[in-house]
Design a binder for this molecule. Structure first.
Ligand SMILES: Cc1ncc(COP(=O)(O)O)c(C=O)c1O
Length: 440
């Protein structure tokens, strides 16, 4: 089938288009833990699609909810009119959010969620009469999607160099990855919490705290290659933000919905942000959806600042709270509850950790990092060809072993659906071990 397919017209995202089209990797169907390729090969999904199919592919209850909704009402706007499922989805979502985080703004993906959260932060301070707070602080190697806001606070060099830095009033913390001190940490690294102090000592000292609207961090930096916060780091960031009236945004697009064995990373770390951006696992990726969950007090500032017959927040998307997405979210959250998937991920995490660390000592492995059902395996790169070795592993996994992995530079990231079994964990890391022994 691949030979017959005309691949010329699709400009693929975040893809080496010409390389891909020379030998396309095509998926045709999916069920549970597996994809099937267009030529009928079974592929174990080591990445939950793109960190998003947490409940496994094609869950019958989610499929049914989406089918039923499509037949009942395809679309209804959410501007000055509504439909019940959007409200029900917001209620269900706040039902698993940290206490007091009980207002939801819907969008369509993580990038829109990040830009929405940044706009809420800027508007919140203005509405409180603190309009001087215009600066946003992100982190190096952060990924916050591809909107102009997310690109600006993001810190992956390659994602910025074609566009410039976007917003101007932005600065970045350094990322806390320190392989020299923390290599092969099991769970949170012990060294580096003091890196949070630079928020106060370097960035706030430089810009003045009264100019800073928000700090945004991924509790666990996923896309950049699994960078974990050192023990105590996020607590320090929270305390500094509190000290200076700065909003803290957790970008939980990857960590939301059980990836760490709890509803959100905020629960896992017991650090409550002011806003949580989520997407991906919210609908089990069956229909695109993103959301910003905010503390009620932030929402109420908007409500209280304007008369009841005026629009409080001039922001939104045609597809905010889309009926199909809302139906998928309600069904997904119900599936999580019925099947206790957060707990299942937490229970499986130690086995996953042992399996990941069994790769230590194999050729080219220079670090293994893990938390919950996420693992990053950092390889020695080939001189002058960054990313080539991990890409080789990715290709061999797909073609020779029937395994889907994800790579960033020379880091292999694994984040399977939360329904993965011990046998499938063994299969996944066994395949990677075999491939590592063949790499050049
Ligand atoms: C932490 C984080 N934020 C934002 C995004 C962007 O999400 P989307 O691709 O749905 O726009 C991603 C995507 O991987 C992400 O990992």
């Amino acid at each position: 089938m691949a030979q017959l397919l005309d691949t010329a017209h699709l400009w693929m995202p975040f893809t080496a288009n010409r390389q891909f089209k020379a030998k396309p990797r095509l998926l045709a169907s999916a069920s549970g833990m597996y994809y099937t390729t267009d030529d009928g090969r079974r592929i174990l999904d080591g990445t939950a699609g793109l960190w998003c199919v947490n409940a496994g592919h094609g869950h019958p209850k989610i499929v049914e909810a989406v089918q039923q909704q499509a037949a009942q009402m395809d679309f209804a706007p959410l501007f000055q009119i509504g439909h019940p499922k959007a409200f029900e989805a917001a209620t269900a979502l706040t039902g698993i959010a940290p206490d007091g985080m009980n207002r939801v703004f819907f969008c369509n993906d993580g990038s829109e969620g990040v830009d929405t959260a940044l706009k809420i932060a800027l508007a919140y301070h203005r509405m409180r009469g603190d309009a001087g707070r215009t600066r946003l602080i992100g982190r190096e190697r952060a990924y916050h999607g591809v909107g102009f806001g997310g690109t600006a606070v993001g810190g992956i060099a390659g994602n910025r160099k074609q566009f410039g830095s976007g917003l101007t009033a932005v600065d970045h913390l350094r990322h806390p990855l320190n392989i020299e001190k923390n290599a092969y940490s099991r769970g949170l690294p012990l060294h580096g919490a003091e890196m949070a102090d630079e928020l106060e000592q370097r960035l706030l000292a430089l810009h003045d705290p009264s100019t800073v609207a928000a700090v945004i961090v991924e509790p666990l930096q996923g896309s950049t290659g699994v960078i974990l916060p050192p023990k105590g780091y996020l607590e320090k960031i929270r305390a500094i933000c509190d000290r200076y009236g700065i909003l803290l945004i957790f970008d939980e697009v990857i960590t939301g919905f059980g990836r760490l064995g709890s509803p959100f990373a905020a629960d896992f770390f017991k650090v409550k942000p002011d806003m949580i951006v989520c997407a991906k696992g919210l609908t089990n990726a069956a229909v695109p959806m993103g959301a910003v969950i905010v503390r009620q007090q932030i929402h109420d500032v908007f409500m209280d600042a304007a008369p009841a017959d005026t629009i409080e927040f001039f922001h939104g998307y045609t597809y905010s709270g889309h009926p199909l997405a809302a139906a998928a979210a309600i069904a997904t959250l119900a599936v999580h509850k019925e099947e206790q998937l957060f707990q299942r991920a937490a229970d499986m995490a130690p086995y996953f950790e042992d399996a990941a660390h069994s790769l230590k000592g194999l050729p080219f492995v220079k670090d293994v990092r893990n938390l919950g059902l996420v693992a990053g395996i950092e390889l020695e790169g080939i001189r002058g060809k960054p990313g080539a070795r991990a890409y080789d592993l990715f290709n061999k996994a797909f073609w020779d072993k029937g395994l889907l992995t994800r790579t960033t530079a020379d880091i292999v990231a694994l984040s399977p659906p939360l329904i993965i079994s011990k046998m499938q964990i063994d299969e996944m890391f066994g395949s990677i071990a075999d491939i590592l022994k063949t790499l050049k």
